[in-house]
Design a protein around this ligand. Sequence first.
Ligand SMILES: Cc1cc2nc3c(=O)[nH]c(=O)nc-3n(C[C@H](O)[C@H](O)[C@H](O)COP(=O)(O)OP(=O)(O)OC[C@H]3O[C@@H](n4cnc5c(N)ncnc54)[C@H](O)[C@@H]3O)c2cc1C
Length: 305
Amino acid sequence: MGLAMIGPLLLGKGTKEQKDYYIPRIINGDDYWCQGYSEPGAGSDLASLQCKAVREGDKYIINGTKIWTTHAHLANKIFCLVRTDNTGKKQEGITFLMLDMDQPGIKVEPILTMAQDHDFNQVVFTDAIAYVKDRIGEENEGWAVAKYLLEFERSGGVGGSKSLSDINFIKKLVSKISSQIQGDDFSSIYANKMNELEIKAKAIQYTSLRILSSLRSGESPGPESSMMKTLVTDLEQEISELTLEVIGYYGIAFQDTSLGTNEPAIGDEDYRAVAGKYQNLRATTIYGGSNEIQRNIMAKAVLGL
Ligand SMILES: Cc1cc2nc3c(=O)[nH]c(=O)nc-3n(C[C@H](O)[C@H](O)[C@H](O)COP(=O)(O)OP(=O)(O)OC[C@H]3O[C@@H](n4cnc5c(N)ncnc54)[C@H](O)[C@@H]3O)c2cc1C
């Protein structure tokens, strides 16, 4: 979230002081960032957020709750959307702040997944402090800043490159299994499906390279980021489905994928992470704004519907 989200946002909209301080720290890995956007009553309808900040001199005092905050238990910094005014339209009165996680006013409560993994948290602010110098953009004008950051979150680097390496992994599995069962039929069943996915991945890769080259001339990703988000995440899910299909019933067993485990894999070592990855990738069409919301954005901002 440092390199991919708050870094590009600071370069585009930060003050000179903010850039000079934070950018080297992001590049060196000195700061570990998390994202405080969603709230218990504000997910897809993000502008309904109610976490409140009141200005006192050079500080803001923050009270409220953020939810689904990935890696808040590891991060030392959080960027947050807070409500500084409740009188106008809900998109007005939002302010973008950066603050320290390590302070008495912040409590991080773990939310475990069904698999008992700890990625998410609920973050509770009770008189937490952010400094005015760490505000990006003007007070009450954070909605435009928030959307600018989301364009980077959604466009996510060179989409398609990761998918191509995941397709190569399927090819490796297929060729390994074919040689074990000595059947050409097995390879031919999957050849067409792998080729179709590879064509999609290459098309996405070239499109994202075109978007990246336009960023070099100072443009922002724009609504194309919504298109990239839906294409990349749908493709990732398709690839993980095919991988699961290839390993057959080895995908049913629970496989320990925790770091440093000495549990032997069930079947080939390459099968170990396949089912877990398939399940984990279900989240990609939800986070960063669900794919339904991205389609709404494309309908309005690109097609003018
Ligand atoms: C793995 C993961 C990590 C996350 N990490 C973070 C994080 O670090 N920081 C953070 O702030 N948030 C994080 N989130 C939260 C994420 O941004 C929200 O889950 C997401 O925006 C959807 O909001 P919601 O969960 O409240 O679902 P809801 O908004 O309740 O949506 C429920 C369903 O209704 C659909 N829907 C809602 N409104 C519309 C509409 N207008 N048109 C069509 N369909 C609609 C949605 O697509 C979805 O299918 C994370 C989520 C996940 C799954």
